[in-house]
Design a protein around this ligand. Structure first.
Ligand code: NAD
Length: 353
């Protein structure tokens, strides 16, 4: 197993350093892999003039998985658009054909008061949103703004092929199989033909997964149910635009941006793993960033790319244990708990691992 490690900018190097400690501990326990560092984002612009340099392109093409910190920072915001760190992020997703985005929204019971919802609604929340990432209205043609009958009109095309729907459905069914075995497919079939096809193809795909129970929900109802009773869901699968909105809604149910990992996968389960937060320039270099989202991204990598479920559970269990022991970085700190820095939190996870 070869893991490309792209620490990136801002707090990226600090949080990645803690994730690497966890990986190295697993290596000394017998897990076989190599870590290869590379440059992406602002640090790559500084070194090479490009946010996604050729040498990084080759590195990630040869790797089995990519672990990413975060990219970006105010220093780069005045660069031409194609030179900005965020372009490196879009380019790497495209280069690796990462069509499946997996975002868990997990709320450890100890952090239930971080949510803006009542603790009893969200405590112990553990849902997974599977979002299609390379199709839908975000990429469909034709698109544009033009003059028609003396006024401007704007238009986009919502489009999905059977193949695109089927492959993301397989990812979602397989993920559900590794969890509680319940999948809810979200669409808007009552008004959009494109999503009628979505519902039909997801239903056809279900035949290969008799052990997973499939339900369907309209997107407006799903948005409402996520805040009314989020624990009714196990895995949700949906298209690019609905997934964009619902995955942000779901992650904010937990109220703690420093806790949430994500995975973006291709059709061979090669993946890019990263925390959902950005490079947090306001706290960079201060040893106060929360490294848990990045450490939990390593657990996702072990589960989805390397099929090492036991090692993934070990990491998740270790994170649960440090929270139960009362360790908190500043973003999740509450009176009565013990405030620790980035490195100390990494140390605590290592100890409980
Ligand atoms: P952000 O997620 O970096 O920060 C938002 C707030 O959350 C800040 O107050 C920050 O201090 C806090 N925060 C974020 N991660 C934290 C952590 N691990 N521990 C504790 N607190 C944390 O979002 P932003 O400020 O809008 O963006 C900053 C930069 O990051 C921008 O350049 C943006 O383009 C970039 N960005 C990158 C990614 C990525 O690399 N995937 C994602 C989002 C934003």
């Amino acid at each position: 197993m070869k893991i490309a490690v792209l620490a990136g900018d801002g707090i990226g190097p600090e949080i990645i350093a803690q994730a690497e400690r966890i990986l190295l501990a697993l290596k000394s326990d017998g897990l076989k892999f190599e870590l290869e560092p590379g440059l992406l984002g602002g640090c790559a612009v500084d070194a090479t003039g490009e946010p996604f340099p050729e040498v990084t392109r080759q590195l990630v093409a040869q790797a089995d998985a990519v672990l990413l910190g975060a990219v970006g920072g105010p220093r780069y915001d005045s660069l031409p658009r194609e030179k900005r760190p965020e372009q490196g992020l879009l380019a790497i997703r495209k280069a690796l054909n990462l069509f499946a985005n997996l975002r868990p929204a997990i709320l450890y019971p100890e952090l239930a008061s971080a949510s803006s919802l009542k603790p009893e609604i969200v405590s112990g929340l553990d849902i997974l949103i599977v979002r299609e990432l390379t199709g839908d209205i975000y990429f469909g043609q034709p698109r544009g703004i033009e003059q028609r009958d003396g006024q401007r009109v704007g238009f986009n095309t919502m489009i999905y092929s059977e193949m695109e729907i089927r492959r993301i459905a397989h990812v979602a069914f397989q993920a559900a199989r590794k969890r509680k075995g319940r999948l809810c497919s979200v669409d808007k079939m009552n008004v959009l033909e494109c999503t009628q096809l979505w519902r039909d193809v997801v239903s056809e795909t279900a035949a290969a997964y008799p052990d997973v129970s499939l339900s369907h929900m309209l997107v407006d109802n799903a948005a409402m149910q996520l805040v009314r009773d989020p624990k009714q869901f196990d895995v949700i699968v949906t298209g690019n635009m609905f997934g964009d909105i619902l995955s942000d809604e779901a992650s904010m149910l937990t109220g703690s941006i420093g806790m949430l990992p994500s995975a973006s996968l291709d059709d061979q389960n090669k993946g890019l793993y990263e925390p959902i937060h950005g490079s947090a320039p306001d706290i960079a270099g201060k040893n106060i960033a929360n490294p848990l989202a990045t450490i939990l991204s390593v657990a996702m990598m072990l589960r989805y790319t390397f099929a090492q479920e036991e090692a993934a559970l070990r990491i998740e269990g270790a994170v649960g244990k440090v929270l139960a022991q009362g360790y908190r970085t500043h973003d999740i700190f509450e009176p009565g708990t013990q405030k620790v820095g980035t490195a100390e939190m990494g140390e605590a996870v290592l100890a409980s691992l």
